[in-house]
Write a protein that binds this ligand. Structure first.
Ligand code: AVJ
Length: 329
């Protein structure tokens, strides 16, 4: 539990507020029986750089496969994106995959990328403005899982949501349902959502994708400890933890852990955290679905599953969901 009187996590206004939220998350996470750290803290500047490298690894199939699916089916995916429609992207990052869609959606009036990174939004805006000079680009700086208010003048426009990358896999199934409901509200009425979802597959393929032989994913995972050291003093010995990717069959997900390689204690933020040898910090979940399993989840969030596209090897899926009911519950 969060200590009483601390600020809540919603949109820390200042850097000091953000650092305080990070400290609270670290203390809370490392005090739990299964130690844990929120995965969003993996993605600082260095972490985002390492994640970019992951997406280019031969073992990391999702990015490449999703891009190929989008390219192969872009005409269908773009649909009748007739005049007046607005494209809203949740967690837009570099907006690379968006270019594929925008190319096939010449009548889109506005593109609204939502991201927590100002620099990513800026870079994407400049690149897209050069490539699509007619497009009205209206970035929103913020966390898409929180309260999102779209520009008032676009209130009555039809909206297409885009949520690629299987980012939804970071959430457990209950949380994913909540997020899909909130997207339905944001895109209502008559929203349409294109969402990329990674599929369940062999343990071998999953393990290699999340524990590559070159160690990029290990560096990505360990970077969260470096980030804690940088923020709060050099408390962690980096060589005392190693990366591990675990398949949790019960939950249908790959988990990233940092495994303590020895008995140790870590003095941090006025607390002493002890680790037994082999004890882990759970740093990220990556949930995997079947196509039908994801459709069922979408239905439970009030969406109507329409088409779904996949690659020849059935590694990844892109879903089209529509919402005909008012998205107000
Ligand atoms: C950004 C959450 C989609 O789960 O595949 C990649 C993150 N972590 N390798 C994923 C990740 C380790 C990635 N997502």
């Amino acid at each position: 539990m969060r200590p009483a009187g601390r600020r809540t996590e919603s949109a820390p206004a200042s850097e000091a507020g953000e650092e305080e939220a990070f400290a609270v998350a670290v203390i809370d996470g490392l005090s739990a029986a299964q130690k844990t750290l929120p995965c969003r803290y993996l993605y600082d500047e260095r972490g985002s750089e390492l994640f970019e490298q992951i997406t280019a690894l031969p073992e990391y199939y999702p990015t490449r496969t999703e891009t190929a699916i989008l390219e192969a089916h872009v005409a269908e995916i773009a649909g009748d994106s007739g005049a007046g429609q607005v494209l809203v992207e949740f967690g837009s990052g570099s907006s690379r995959k968006t270019e594929i869609l925008l190319e096939a959606m010449p009548d889109i009036v506005a593109y609204i990328p939502i991201d927590v990174s100002d620099s990513a939004l800026d870079e994407a805006r400049c690149r897209l403005a050069a490539r699509f000079p007619e497009l009205d680009i209206r970035p929103i700086h913020g966390d898409f899982s929180g309260e999102v208010t779209l520009p008032a003048d676009l209130h009555f426009s039809r909206k297409i949501g885009f949520f690629p990358g299987s980012t939804i896999g970071n959430l457990d199934r209950g949380e994913a349902r909540g997020l899909l409901k909130s997207f339905r509200k944001i895109l209502s009425p008559h929203g349409r959502l294109i969402v990329g979802v990674d599929l369940l597959k062999s343990e071998e393929t999953l393990r290699l994708a999340y524990d590559d032989p070159t160690g990029v994913t290990a560096a990505f995972n360990l970077n969260i400890v470096t980030r804690i050291n940088q923020a709060f003093g050099q408390a962690f010995a980096l060589d005392a933890f190693r990366h591990e990717a675990r398949l949790n069959r019960q939950e249908g997900r790959i988990e990233m852990h940092l495994v303590s390689t020895r008995d140790q204690s870590v003095d941090l933020l006025g607390y002493r955290f002890t680790f037994r040898r082999g004890e882990t910090i759970h740093t990220e979940n990556s949930h995997k679905y079947t196509i039908d399993g994801f459709r069922t989840l979408a239905r439970s969030a009030g969406w109507l599953p329409e088409r779904a596209w996949t690659d020849a090897d059935g590694l990844f899926s892109v879903h089209e969901l529509t919402s005909v009911r008012p998205g107000a519950d």
